[in-house]
Design a protein around this ligand. Structure first.
Ligand code: SF4
Ligand code: SF4
Length: 185
């Protein structure tokens, strides 16, 4: 029998329907994956390799948090995994013994986009607004990020805003949940 990650009390209070949020999130993930593929393709057009190293799971760190909607997708698609033992502390609880993700199709947005080239707004040392650019250092292949077109980068703010909106509309508030805490509920 599948375990639930959202309490019965919460569902009663909020009229929560996991199937509905799962459908909305599936569409969102599809769009993010398509965008990620395009960004990767554009980045590689600069002659740089942007693929993850085969078997690498260095970014699957412990203590990642996700939204309630992302948690609902995992519970919906991988109920049996939540009954298994989590990976030992130190790495993500959802890694298996071979370093593979046990919830790959339902992995949260951060995991779907982590290794891509990112750009975001920040402040420089003098407090002036500036755009920052970065990419996973294990992926970078000597490309000067400054010379890349904006289409080579993912902008996490847009996705965060959309996730936040979904949280508010579905759950009434934004709440982060530790990935590890999904086990054994
Ligand atoms: S959910 Fe999967 S992809 Fe994300 S950190 Fe955990 S093991 Fe890695
Ligand atoms: S994003 Fe970087 S750390 Fe994560 S799997 Fe890819 S190469 Fe490894």
């Amino acid at each position: 029998m599948a375990k639930e990650t959202v309490s019965r009390e919460f569902k009663e209070q909020n009229g929560f329907v996991p199937e509905k949020i799962a459908k909305t999130m599936a569409l969102f993930y599809e769009q993010v994956d398509a965008l990620a593929a395009k960004v990767e393709e554009n980045f590689e057009a600069h002659g740089a390799c942007a693929r993850c190293r085969p078997g690498c799971c260095a970014c699957c760190i412990d203590d990642l948090t996700i939204t309630q909607a992302e948690a609902a997708v995992i519970a919906e698609q991988y109920p049996n995994v939540l009954n298994e033992a989590p990976h030992a502390p130190g790495m993500c609880a959802f890694l298996d013994d071979d370093g593979l993700c046990r919830i790959y199709r339902a992995r949260p947005i951060k995991c779907r986009t982590f290794g891509l080239a990112h750009r975001w707004q920040d402040e420089d040392e003098s407090g002036e607004a500036c755009e920052m650019r970065g990419i996973c250092e294990l992926r970078q292949d000597d490309v000067d990020l400054e010379t890349c077109d904006a289409s080579c980068f993912i902008a996490p703010l847009v996705m965060d805003m959309r996730l936040g909106m979904m949280e508010k509309l579905t759950f009434g508030e934004e709440k982060r949940i530790a990935l590890r805490s999904l086990f054994g509920k």
